[in-house]
Design a binder for this molecule. Structure first.
Ligand code: PHE
Length: 338
């Protein structure tokens, strides 16, 4: 009886009060359920008369709750206007922006397209053959180590792993086609590194491959030189330093004159005036042969760069983690260019 009156009197002023009502009466440990529990232990005689009262009480509580809920739902946060002015202009669309890595990838692709390179794609889950063995990695090479590679499945002679570079796409391309090849391979790659401002467990690369008759190191240099002028502006200087990759011989790393201080010295280039942007070299004849290509007849060059590194240089971004945090304050600073 006491509760029935309470329900009748209930006249909430806010949706919070309606919620409090629900919690008091209607949840699993609420009053309605409690009374039904007590009901179980009364005598059969009483049950007959009480049952009806109890059911009515339950219905009353539920109906009241529903009615009150509707009252506040239709009130909503914004009071309904009697008449909308239909001549008012609409609210304008908010456009999203392109992710900086997508912007830079697109720029890189466009430049190489002008030189006749096509875009090739391959799986992110790779086998040992395409990621390492075909690329001339010796069996005990440290890059195969658990510390660098995320292995998915151990498999006799051909483990399955997340690709550590997009060079695997070069192998697939050469295995499945005939020279000449002229392609770039943008894609995500994975390495087992602790996440910090300067390293991440995944990042993005663009690799390139050019295989034909009489391809020389001069072709490699001129192609990359042109690329840098297009991407970073005329007058950007390049230098090649000898390096080592299992799949190229000779190999080099390419530096450009620091885009921030223009060679004057700054924290980005650690006062050297130069920043490394990619690895490159002439495709090792072993790799060509592993992919079924006659290394007597054909030669080629390959290169690979990290998109994050290039984006950092172009936009002066100092923390890699920004790329994957999805913070709109960061992302909205970039163009909405489609
Ligand atoms: N695959 C190399 C890397 O991931 C980059 C590279 C590609 C170097 C092609 C030389 C030639 O570091």
């Amino acid at each position: 009886q006491q509760y029935t009156e309470e329900i009748e009197r209930f006249n909430p002023q806010s949706s919070e009060e309606v919620e409090a009502f629900r919690l008091r009466f209607l949840v699993a440990k609420g009053i309605v359920r409690g009374l039904f529990e007590e009901f179980k232990s009364v005598s059969p005689d009483e049950k007959r008369s009480l049952g009806k009262v109890l059911n009515e009480f339950k219905q009353a509580a539920e109906q009241k709750y529903k009615a009150m809920q509707e009252r506040f739902a239709s009130a909503g946060p914004r009071p309904k206007q009697a008449a909308e002015d239909l001549t008012l202009p609409g609210e304008g669309f908010v456009f999203g922006s392109r992710h900086p890595l997508s912007l830079v990838r697109k720029e890189i692709v466009e430049i190489f397209k002008k030189l006749g390179f096509i875009v090739a794609d391959g799986p992110e889950i790779e086998d040992d053959w395409h990621n390492f063995t075909a690329l001339n990695f010796p069996p005990e090479h440290p890059a195969r180590d658990m510390q660098d590679t995320f292995f998915i499945k151990k498999q006799e002679g051909n483990d399955i792993a997340l690709r550590t570079h997009t060079s695997s796409v070069q192998v697939r391309m050469m295995e499945n086609g005939k020279p000449p090849f002229r392609a770039i391979m943008p894609g995500r790659v994975y390495r087992n590194e602790a996440i910090s401002a300067r390293a991440h467990c995944f990042f993005h690369q663009v690799e390139g491959l050019y295989v034909d008759e009489n391809v020389s190191f001069a072709d490699l240099k001129q192609t990359l030189y042109y690329f840098v002028q297009e991407l970073f502006g005329d007058g950007t200087q390049v230098r090649f330093r000898p390096s080592y990759f299992p799949f190229t011989e000779p190999s080099a790393e390419m530096d450009i004159s620091c885009t921030i201080c223009k060679g004057q010295g700054c924290t980005l280039c650690k006062n050297t005036g130069w920043v490394e942007i990619l690895g490159c070299g002439m495709v090792d004849p072993n790799v060509l042969e592993n992919c079924g290509i006659d290394s007597e007849r054909y030669s080629g060059f390959a290169f690979g760069m990290g998109i994050e590194r290039i984006t950092n240089l172009k936009y002066e971004i100092k923390d890699l983690r920004l790329f994957s945090e999805n913070d709109v304050r960061f992302l909205s600073q970039f163009d909405a260019e489609l």
